[in-house]
Design a protein around this ligand. Structure first.
Ligand SMILES: Nc1nc2c(ncn2[C@@H]2O[C@H](COP(=O)(O)OP(=O)(O)OP(=O)(O)O)[C@@H](O)[C@H]2O)c(=O)[nH]1
Length: 334
C-alpha cells in the first residue's frame, strides 16, 4: 500500500474471502473523520469526481486522505495515499491466473481485502488530521458492489467509523428515462444492501442540467410524460411500474447537482457528506449494534446446539458402551 503494507499477490486465494480480520471488535468510533465510498456506473465520472473533491479540499487547506481501489486504472489523477496498484499488480494477476479483465479486477480486490485491516488502521490513524477519507472504486460497479471483497471492505469501514456512500450518476446519459431508471435501481439496491447513509451526485451538470432528473423523482407525471416521448414499448411499461415502486426510495434520497469538470456543487457535496455522517451516528450505529447483538445471539445459539448435539452423541456412546460391558460380563458369567 502506498503507505505500504503489501499483501503478496503470488498466491491466489482459491475463492473470495468470507470474513475480514478488518472488522474491529470494539465497534465504531463516531468521532473519527468519515470515509466516503464513491460508486457509480462505468464512465459516470467517479475518478474525475474524486479528483475534483480532493482539489477542492486542498484549496481549502484541508486535504483529504485518498484511497484508490481500482487496480486496472492506468493513471490516478489525484494525490493518492493508499493505492491498490502498489500492492496488487493487475496485469500480473491476469497472466498468472489466466483471467480476463473483470476476473482480474475481482481477484485483485480479493487479494487486497485480505489485508484491509491495515488500511483501516492507517485511515484511523490519519483521522484526526484529515476532514475525510475518499475511496475511489473500480470502473465496473458490480466488481465492488456485488463482490464478497466489496462487502467486506464496506463492512470493515462501516464497523470502524462513519462511512457514507456517494453514487455518481452521469446526467448526460440519464436523460434517457430507461438509463435514468437503471441508475436509480442500482442506487436503490446499493442503499438496501449496505444500509449506509447515502446520496446521489448528478455529475456532468455542465453538459446537461440534471434538474429534469430531480423533477422526475418528485413528480411521477413528469417521468410518465418523458416515457411517452421516449416510445420504448415494454421497457417503458416496466420503467413506469418501477418508478412507482421507487417512490419511497426517492422520498428519503439526498441529491446534489455537480460537475467534476467545472467544480460546481462541491460545497453542497461536503454538506451532504456532513449530513450523512450525522445520520450514520444517529441511525447506523444503533442499527449496527442491533445487528451485532443478533449475530452474537445466533452464534451463541449455534454453539449451544453443537454442544447439545455432541453431549447427546456422548450419552449414546456411553450407553452403548454400558450395554457392551453388561453383555461382556454376561458372557463371562456364562
Ligand atoms: N463534461 C464533463 N465530463 C466529465 C465530467 N466528469 C467526468 N467527465 C468525463 O467523463 C469521462 C469518464 O470520467 P472518469 O472520471 O474516468 O469516470 P469513471 O467513472 O471514473 O470511469 P471508470 O472508472 O473508467 O469507469 C472522462 O472523459 C471525463 O473527462 C464532468 O463533470 N463534465
Amino acid at each position: 500500500m502506498a503507505e505500504s503494507a503489501a499483501p503478496s499477490s503470488s498466491k491466489m486465494p482459491s475463492e473470495a474471502p468470507t470474513s475480514s480480520s478488518a472488522t474491529k471488535s470494539e465497534g465504531p468510533d463516531p468521532n473519527l473523520a468519515p470515509s466516503v465510498i464513491v460508486l457509480g456506473m462505468a464512465g459516470s465520472g467517479k475518478t474525475s469526481f474524486v479528483q475534483r473533491l480532493t482539489a477542492h479540499l486542498h484549496a481549502k487547506k484541508t486535504p483529504p486522505y485518498v484511497v484508490n481501489l481500482d487496480p486496472a486504472v492506468r493513471k490516478v489523477p489525484y494525490p493518492v495515499n493508499i493505492d491498490i496498484r502498489d500492492t496488487v499488480k493487475y496485469k500480473q494477476v491476469m497472466t498468472e491466473y489466466g483471467l480476463g479483465p473483470n476476473g482480474a479486477i475481482l481477484t485483485s480486490l480479493n487479494l487486497f481485502c485480505t489485508r484491509f485491516d491495515q488500511v483501516i488502521d492507517l485511515v484511523r490513524a490519519r483521522s484526526s488530521t484529515v476532514p475525510l477519507t475518499i475511496i475511489d472504486t473500480p470502473g465496473q460497479i458490480e466488481a465492488f458492489t456485488w463482490s464478497a471483497s466489496g462487502t467486506i471492505i464496506t463492512e470493515a469501514l462501516a464497523s470502524s467509523h462513519p462511512t457514507v456512500v456517494v453514487y455518481v450518476c452521469d446526467s448526460a446519459r440519464a436523460t434517457a428515462p430507461a438509463t435514468f431508471m437503471s441508475n436509480m435501481l442500482y442506487a436503490c439496491s446499493i442503499l438496501y444492501r449496505t444500509k449506509l447513509p447515502f446520496f446521489v451526485v448528478f455529475n456532468k451538470a455542465d453538459i446537461v442540467r440534471p434538474t429534469f432528473a430531480q423533477r422526475w423523482m418528485t413528480d411521477f407525471e413528469r417521468f410518465d410524460e418523458a416515457l411517452e416521448d421516449a416510445r420504448g414499448g415494454y421497457s417503458n411499461d416496466l420503467a413506469r411500474s418501477l418508478s412507482l415502486v421507487l417512490d419511497e426510495f426517492y422520498g428519503g434520497l439526498k441529491t446534489v447537482i455537480c460537475s467534476a469538470l467545472t467544480g460546481e456543487g462541491m460545497d453542497e457535496v461536503l454538506t451532504a457528506i456532513g449530513e450523512c455522517s450525522q445520520q450514520y451516528r444517529d441511525q447506523y450505529i444503533p442499527l449496527y449494534a442491533e445487528i451485532r447483538a443478533k449475530k452474537a445471539e445466533e452464534a451463541a445459539r449455534k454453539l449451544k446446539e453443537e454442544k447439545d448435539s455432541k453431549a447427546d452423541d456422548l450419552t449414546r456412546d456411553v450407553q452403548a458402551l454400558d450395554i457392551g460391558t453388561v453383555r461382556d460380563s454376561d458372557d463371562e458369567s456364562e
